[in-house]
Design a protein around this ligand. Structure first.
Ligand code: PGA
Length: 248
C-alpha cells in the first residue's frame, strides 16, 4: 500500500509570522496516517524545519537549481535545501514552466540533483486548457512524465503531481472521470517504464483542491493525495484536507 501524501505549496506567500499556522497543523495532526508536507518559500525553510523537528510535518522547497553550487545568482541548490532542513522539493511546477520557461529536460536535471541530495522530488506535470480542448491531455502529460522523470526515480525518492494548468488557482476542477483517466494513464506509463516498482510511486492531484472537494477527489482510484496551493496557507483550511485524505 502506498502511504498517501497531503502536500502544501505556499508559493510566494508567507513570512515568519506564519510559523504559527504550521504549529497549529502539527498540533491538530500529531500522528497522522498520511504523510504531510509543507513547501514554504525558501526563506522559511530553516525556521519551519526546526519548528517541526518533533512533529509529523515534513518541509520542502519549491524549486532547486540543477547544479550543486556555482555562479547562479539568486538560485538555490538541492544540496542547500537539504542542508536547511528540507526533505522534499517541488520541481517543474507549471508556474515555473510558464514563468521561467522551464522545459522537461530542465526538470529532469533538477530531479536528478534532488535525488543526489537525497531529497524526494515532487515532479509536476499537467496540460493547459488549449491542450485539453484539443484532446491532447494524455499525450502531453505522458510526454512530460517521460521527459521529466530520471531513471533514478523510485517510489521513495519521487512523487508525481498531476496539476492541470487551467485548474490551478482558478476554482475550476476537472471532473472525477477526467482526473481518474489521467491518473490511470500515468500509472500505466510508470508501470511500462519501472515495472512492478511503479506501484510504489504516489500520484497526487493538484489544482483548486479545498476542504469541500477533497473527499470526492481522494476517492478516485490512483489518487494518492494532493498538492494544494491556496488552501494550504492556513491550518484551518489545510487540516480538513488532511483529515479527508486520512479517511479516504
Ligand atoms: P491551488 O494551487 O490549490 O491554489 O489551485 C495548486 C498548485 O499550484 O500546486
Amino acid at each position: 500500500m502506498r502511504r498517501k501524501l497531503a502536500a502544501g505549496n505556499w508559493k510566494m506567500n508567507g513570512t515568519l509570522t506564519r510559523v504559527t499556522e504550521v504549529m497549529a497543523l502539527c498540533a491538530a495532526h500529531q500522528a497522522p496516517s498520511v504523510d504531510v508536507l509543507i513547501c514554504p518559500p525558501a526563506t522559511l525553510i530553516p525556521a519551519l524545519a526546526t519548528a517541526t523537528t518533533d512533529h509529523a510535518v515534513a518541509i520542502g522547497g519549491q524549486d532547486c537549481h540543477a547544479a550543486v553550487s556555482g555562479a547562479h545568482t539568486g538560485d538555490i541548490s538541492a544540496h542547500m535545501l537539504a542542508d536547511a532542513g528540507a526533505t522534499h522539493v517541488i520541481i517543474g511546477h507549471s508556474e515555473r514552466r510558464a514563468d521561467r520557461g522551464e522545459t522537461s529536460a530542465d526538470v529532469h536535471a533538477k530531479a536528478l540533483a534532488a535525488h543526489t541530495a537525497t531529497l524526494t522530488a515532487v515532479i509536476c506535470i499537467g496540460e493547459t486548457l488549449a491542450q485539453r480542448e484539443a484532446g491532447e491531455t494524455l499525450d502531453v502529460v505522458g510526454t512530460q512524465l517521460r521527459d521529466s522523470t530520471p531513471d533514478s526515480a523510485t517510489g521513495e525518492n519521487t512523487v508525481i503531481a498531476y496539476e492541470p494548468v487551467w485548474a490551478i488557482g482558478t476554482g475550476k476542477v476537472p471532473t472525477l472521470e477526467q482526473i481518474g483517466e489521467v491518473h490511470a494513464a500515468l500509472r500505466i506509463a510508470l508501470t511500462n517504464r519501472f515495472g512492478a516498482d511503479a506501484n510504489a510511486f504516489r500520484i497526487l492531484y493538484g489544482g483548486s483542491v479545498k476542504a469541500s472537494n477533497a473527499a470526492e477527489i481522494f476517492a478516485v482510484p490512483d489518487v494518492d493525495g494532493a498538492l494544494v496551493g491556496g488552501a494550504s496557507l492556513t491550518a484551518e483550511d489545510f487540516s480538513p484536507i488532511i483529515t479527508a485524505l486520512e479517511n479516504a
